[in-house]
Design a protein around this ligand. Structure first.
Ligand SMILES: Nc1nc2c(ncn2[C@@H]2O[C@H](COP(=O)(O)OP(=O)(O)OP(=O)(O)O)[C@@H](O)[C@H]2O)c(=O)[nH]1
Ligand SMILES: [Zn+2]
Length: 353
C-alpha cells in the first residue's frame, strides 16, 4: 500500500497509534498505564495475575508477564478479544484529545501495525497478517471524523515558535467548513484542572504586523503574549478573520469610507456587510484539541465571551485587554463601545454566570 501509515514502536512518528504508547486510560474507575496493560490483563480471570500485569512497570513487562501465564488465559478469550481491544482504543482516543485529532488527521490513509511477530493484530511483517489493530484504528477514525467536535477543524501539524516574549508551540488547523487556516499558540504546561488563560485574537495585518495606530490589535497581541508568558501558561488562538471577517481589501475600503467620516460600523454596512461578520464555532474544535474547557478570556468583546459559552466552554473570568488607545483609534474604540457593546470599563461587565 503506497501511502499506508505503518506503525510499531511508540517513539516513531506514528507511535501514538501503538498500544505501548504511554497514554493511561481509565476504564470502570480503574486506571491502566497503557492500553497494553489493560488488554493483556483482560486475558485472565485470576486476580493475582491481573494485578501482576496491571502493576507491570512498562507495557513490554505487561506483555512478558502475560506470556508467562499463557496456559491460564480465559477459555472465551478468542471470542472477546476484539471487543476488549476496541474498548481500550476508544478509551485511549476519547481520553486523550490530541491523539483523536491526530488519528482523524490521517484522513483516509490505510493504517498498518507493521509487526513481524504478530500476524493477527499486525501485518506479520510482510503483509500476510490480518492487521486487525490497524483495522480497528481505521474503524475508530471513521467513528470520530463525523463526530462533533472533530468535524469542526482538522489538525495539521505543530512546531516551536520562539518569540521575543518566550518560546511558544504553534499548532496549525484547517477549518472544515471553509478550509481557512488558523493557528493556536500555546505556552507552558496547560493544567486541565484549572481555567486556561486564553486570547481569541482576530487577524489584523495592519495592527498585528504593520504597527497601525488605527486600531488596538497590535497592542493587544503583544500584551496577550506577554501576559500568557508571565502567567506561566496559556493559549492564543490566532483566527484568520481579517477585517472582522470581511478580509483585508474590504477593510481598506472600509477605512477609506472612515477617512470620509463614516464610523467603523457604518463603513461595513455601506459595503454591504454586517458590522461584524466573524464566527467562532470552530474554536471549540481547537480548544478540544488543546484539552481546554474552562478559560479566563482576555477580551473586551462580549461576542467572544458569548461565542465560547455557546460552544460549551466555561468562561470563568473575562480579563480586560485595553491597550494602545491613542488619538488615531479613539473614535474607533468609542464606536465599538457604543455600537458593538465592547466593554471598556468594569461597569460594562455582565454576569458571566
Ligand atoms: N471591517 C473592519 N474591521 C476592523 C476595523 N478595525 C479593526 N478591524 C478588524 O477587527 C478585528 C479585531 O477586532 P477588534 O474590534 O479590534 O477587537 P475584538 O477582537 O473584536 O475584541 P477584543 O477581543 O476585545 O480585542 C480584526 O480582524 C481587525 O482586522 C475596521 O474599522 N473595520
Ligand atoms: Zn486591528
Amino acid at each position: 500500500m503506497a501511502d499506508a501509515i505503518q506503525f510499531y514502536e511508540p517513539k516513531e512518528r506514528y507511535g501514538f497509534l501503538s498500544n505501548f504508547s504511554l497514554h493511561s486510560i481509565v476504564i470502570d474507575g480503574v486506571t491502566w498505564p497503557t492500553v497494553e496493560h489493560y488488554y493483556q490483563s483482560s486475558k485472565f480471570l485470576a486476580a493475582d495475575i491481573i494485578a501482576r500485569i496491571h502493576h507491570a512497570a512498562t507495557p513490554e513487562q505487561a506483555f512478558k508477564v502475560s506470556r508467562q501465564y499463557s496456559k491460564q488465559v480465559r477459555p472465551d478469550w478468542n471470542n472477546i478479544k476484539e471487543t476488549v481491544m476496541m474498548r481500550g482504543l476508544r478509551c485511549k482516543f476519547h481520553q486523550h484529545h490530541p491523539l483523536a485529532h491526530w488519528l482523524v488527521a490521517t484522513e483516509t490513509q490505510p493504517i498498518v501495525e507493521h509487526s513481524f511477530s504478530d500476524a493477527y493484530w499486525g501485518d506479520g511483517g510482510d503483509g500476510h497478517g490480518k492487521n486487525r489493530l490497524g483495522q480497528l484504528l481505521m474503524a475508530l477514525r471513521d467513528e470520530l471524523k463525523n463526530k462533533h467536535p472533530y468535524k469542526l477543524i482538522r489538525y495539521v501539524d505543530a512546531a516551536q515558535l520562539p518569540t521575543q516574549f518566550g518560546v511558544f508551540t504553534m499548532h496549525g488547523f484547517i477549518q472544515s467548513d471553509n478550509n481557512v487556516e488558523h493557528l493556536a499558540l500555546t505556552y507552558g504546561k496547560l493544567d486541565v484542572t484549572k481555567p486556561a488563560l486564553i486570547r481569541l485574537h482576530s487577524e489584523c495585518l495592519t495592527g498585528d504586523a504593520l504597527y497601525s495606530l488605527r486600531c488596538d490589535c497590535g497592542f493587544q497581541l503583544q500584551k496577550s503574549l506577554e501576559t500568557i508568558v508571565s502567567h506561566g501558561s496559556g493559549a492564543l488562538l490566532y483566527l484568520r478573520q481579517e477585517g472582522r471577517g470581511i478580509g483585508l481589501l474590504n477593510k481598506i475600503r472600509a477605512y477609506h469610507l472612515q477617512d470620509k467620516g463614516a464610523d467603523t460600523v457604518e463603513a461595513n454596512e455601506r459595503l454591504g456587510f454586517a458590522a461584524d461578520m466573524r464566527e467562532y464555532h470552530f474554536c471549540e474544535g481547537m480548544l478540544h484539541y488543546l484539552e481546554i474547557d474552562k478559560v479566563k478570556l482576555m477580551t473586551n468583546n462580549p461576542r467572544k465571551v458569548q461565542a465560547l459559552c455557546i460552544a460549551g466552554i466555561n468562561v470563568v473570568e473575562r480579563v480586560p485587554l485595553q491597550e494602545g488607545h491613542n488619538i488615531h483609534n479613539e473614535n474607533y474604540l468609542e464606536t465599538k463601545s457604543r455600537k458593538l457593546r465592547h466593554m471598556f470599563s468594569k461597569e460594562d461587565d455582565f454576569s458571566l454566570s
